[in-house]
Design a protein around this ligand. Sequence first.
Ligand SMILES: NC(=O)c1ccc[n+]([C@@H]2O[C@H](COP(=O)([O-])OP(=O)(O)OC[C@H]3O[C@@H](n4cnc5c(N)ncnc54)[C@H](O)[C@@H]3O)[C@@H](O)[C@H]2O)c1
Length: 283
Amino acid sequence: MDKGTVGIVGSGTMGRGIAQVAAAAGYDVILNDISEDLVCRAVDRLHTDLSRLVDKGKMEDAAKGQLLSRIRTSTVLRDMAEADIIIEAIFEDLESKKQLFARLDEVCEEDVVLGSNSSSLSILDMAMATRRPENVVGIHFFNPVPLMKGVELVCTIMTSFKTLESARQFCVSLGKQTWVAKDAPGFLSTRLLIPYLLDAMRLLENGFATKEDIDACCVLSFNYPMGPLTLSDLIGLDVLLNIANSMYESFKDPRFVAPILLEKKVRALHLGRKTGKGFYDYS
Ligand SMILES: NC(=O)c1ccc[n+]([C@@H]2O[C@H](COP(=O)([O-])OP(=O)(O)OC[C@H]3O[C@@H](n4cnc5c(N)ncnc54)[C@H](O)[C@@H]3O)[C@@H](O)[C@H]2O)c1
């Protein structure tokens, strides 16, 4: 079964997850990062994650071996010349992403699909760093990649129909479902999510309800898997504050104004699960 080759640049949380689902679907994967140490660490993490699935009886040991054998590591961007589709999953920094796309443009085949996993940055700016902006599309996976069913495809005014369709077919071949969003700050997912989370914080701040009741309302009446304040703690309150501020900067829409309560929690380093305390105490 020759499904083709997927190049992934950035072997962190998201790159590693995308490598796992692509290899599981039968693609050959080239996983690239800036150092040997980082790509080795990513593969070690994959070993650990997959061994856990084997221990739980959710994966055969042979399937684990097969999956890992399809992932090749790389620290040289030129290796991406072999890929049919490339997904950039480096830090959320526009200048770094633009530089990377310009370099990919120099080394990649003409027909390659150039995808970015950015959660909020301008895909058009990345596309215009190349000589083929029509090949560039947002392919926004969610964390944890193996578990989340959806992928947001982000279409710029330059993205060709062929590129969008190839990206969609790729995601479907991974067992994911997709929707299309326009290239604007926060795309569709973050634009919908942030006002919901900030509203929950405002209700808490105004003393309208307790955190437990706000969360219970959303879980029990909307069938959401967790409430907005639990979810905020999971995402990280510093991350949310940055996103809210940058979306307010873009839209000047009061729905994106960060509540003072959120700012205070971040100043106190109550950042959520990662620091042991956010809206809830995890210590
Ligand atoms: N973490 C999430 O929950 C999440 C969810 C959706 C989307 N995203 C987006 O996915 C992207 C990656 O996020 P992450 O959480 O995996 O980040 P991460 O910090 O875990 O990993 C980023 C990796 O990119 C590598 N890198 C940086 N510059 C590089 C370069 N020039 N060439 C090769 N590798 C390079 C880093 O060494 C690091 O290993 C970001 O754009 C982020 O916004 C993250």
